[in-house]
Ligand binder design. Structure first.
Ligand code: F6P
Length: 548
């Protein structure tokens, strides 16, 4: 396929000129000039509203941005992904997460992949239902009351985020907890008061070689074995991996092993059996609705024209902010407490995928790529870091997520959240200009010398660009749509920047070095680390460890 990154395409240099043209214009002026701005710069599709009227752009900018998908042949790349071509060139793999959401008969990835996906999905959902109902139980026949997912990265963040997001759909099943971080304290805290006869561990690891996950799995196996006896242990483990031999060696019963495939990236794998703990938490029907929501967004991404295509528009807005307005970070601000882990999920999805600086043809990418993603739930964040958003110096773009309904039925308090979200969006855009500050002081009758001293502190510049993503309610289908929206945004941006969104060689480097260093950590005197700075720290830590 021809690789033409956006920055080497014709619209790119024109977009720089437009960025200069708009540099001295406040976003509120763009609104004042155009009463139809909301209609012009908002779109609805696949059950979501994308309101980008508070972004710092106008019709000429949007027009040029919308030339990019054609210039880079986005349609051909999208089709290549859908057809299972090996678009993850450095690992010679397809990126077929869309195949995981397919219905029978869709043949995404071909007939063989389709039938494996459907078969494995139905095995996984049957197992999840069995655990929920108590039909599948521990070695002593007791139903599972606690499910502990052992995984990290893509084998943790997706299901962990979704279990929180859909807590209101998780009635009747066991409690599901997630353990990921290598130092083991979370697992130790959980096991402190867990009933071993009623605890199921789900080991999620695409490779089944990941240090964190395997160390937790071994700890869990020891804990069980000491309490319920080795013979009962296999009934308390399920696992998901491409590595069947390793699952076998670990002792996972064939009925409790689920398949993954090389053609799914970890951070895109929530839809597969990696979502087993989620399926146990919310049940078959809700998990199927999540898949259906993802599928709706897939259909939209495939069929909507670029100018109406939500993932493409979200990607283009990101490119505008990152590459033309020099805003290197994106704060994700859900006005829905249950989505509190969504920013962390997007960190892996966006930064793990597009945190790259080499193009597909092996050249240095001379343009910024993925934004730094951060954020937190809206109302809490208002009382924490919004000060920096209103008056701080780092440049940040914002995604605000807002449901129409409360997910807990508290519509009265949800009205407060809605007011907060929309008020903040307006404040980010309009700011608080000097004239408004002066009028306020005049009304308050403030003494003139106080006014002068206070004026600069009260001014908010505004023009902080935000996109509002609104939806009727947070339910499984909506969550599926939201996740797929960002997945396709990430894919589109990767194509625009000409990079491979599906590998992660940087992360692999850190993992390898940690493995090499372990012997020195355990015995710095006998096995000194080769890096002298590291060795000095290890010696200091060893001194502290030796102290009583
Ligand atoms: O840290 C990088 C990574 O390879 C992710 O891509 C992956 O989701 C995570 O590690 C866990 O890997 P695994 O599922 O193989 O245990």
């Amino acid at each position: 396929m021809r690789i033409v990154p956006g920055p080497r395409s014709a619209p790119w240099s024109e977009l720089h000129l437009h960025a200069q043209r708009l540099a001295g214009v406040a976003t509120r002026e763009l609104f004042e000039r155009d009463p139809g701005r909301f209609e012009r710069f908002s779109r609805q599709g696949a059950g979501l509203l994308l309101d980008f009227s508070r972004q710092h752009l106008d019709e000429m900018v949007l027009g040029r941005l919308l030339e990019l998908p054609e210039a880079i042949e986005l349609g051909a790349y999208r089709d290549a992904m859908w057809h299972g071509e090996r678009i993850n060139a450095t690992e010679e793999r397809a990126a077929l997460h869309v195949a995981l959401r397919q219905r029978p008969g869709e043949r995404i990835g071909g007939a063989a992949i389709e039938s494996e996906v459907i078969e494995e999905r139905s095995r996984m959902l049957a197992f999840a239902e069995g655990v929920r109902s108590g039909r599948i139980a521990g070695g002593a026949g007791r139903p599972f009351r606690l499910v502990v997912n052992l995984g990290i990265g893509g084998s943790d963040l997706g299901p962990a985020m979704a279990v929180q997001a859909l807590a209101h759909h998780a009635r009747g099943g066991p409690r599901c907890e997630f353990v990921s971080n290598v130092e083991g304290c979370r697992l130790s805290d959980l096991l402190a008061d867990a009933d071993p006869h009623a605890t199921l561990f789900v080991v999620c690891s695409k490779t089944f070689t990941t240090l964190e996950t395997l160390s937790h799995a071994h700890t869990a196996r020891r804990w069980l074995s000491e309490r319920i006896g080795a013979a009962q242990v296999p009934a308390h483990f399920a696992a998901v991996s491409v590595n069947h031999r390793a699952m076998d060696t670990f002792g996972v019963h064939p009925d409790q092993r689920f398949k993954m495939w090389d053609w799914v990236g970890g951070r895109f794998s929530l839809w597969s059996s990696i979502g087993l703990s989620l399926a146990i938490a919310i049940g078959r029907e809700a998990f199927s609705a999540l898949l259906e929501g993802g599928r709706e967004m897939d259909a939209h991404f495939k069929s909507a024209p670029w100018s109406e295509n939500l993932p493409v528009l979200l990607a283009l807005i990101g490119v505008w902010n990152i590459n033309f307005r020099a805003l290197p970070t994106l704060a994700v601000l859900p006005y829905e407490e249950r989505l509190w882990r969504f920013p962390a999920y997007l960190q892996q999805l966006e930064m793990g995928s597009n945190g790259k600086s080499v193009t597909l043809d092996g050249r240095h990418a001379e343009w910024p790529t993925a934004a730094v993603i951060w954020g937190g739930p809206g109302s809490n964040a208002q009382h924490s870091f919004y000060q920096l958003l209103h008056q701080g110096t780092p440049g940040t773009a914002l995604d605000l997520l807002l449901p129409a309904h409360s997910s807990c039925g508290n519509e009265a308090q949800h009205a407060l959240a809605t007011a907060s979200c929309l008020a903040q969006a307006e404040a980010f855009m309009s700011g608080h200009p000097l004239e408004a500050v002066r009028e306020e002081f005049a009304r308050e009758g403030l003494a003139p010398e106080r006014r002068e001293a206070l004026e600069p502190h009260k001014v908010c510049a505004g023009s902080r660009p935000s996109t509002l993503i609104a939806f009727p309610r947070l339910d499984p289908a909506t969550l599926g749509r939201l996740i797929a929206l960002y997945e396709h945004k990430v894919f589109t941006q990767g194509v625009i920047w000409g990079i491979n969104s599906f590998d992660q060689w940087g992360v692999e480097l850190g993992k390898r070095l940690a493995e090499q260093l372990l012997a020195s950590v355990r015995d710095p005197a006998g096995q000194p680390a080769t890096a002298s700075g590291v060795q000095k720290v290890l010696e200091r830590l060893a001194e502290w460890r030796a102290a009583p």
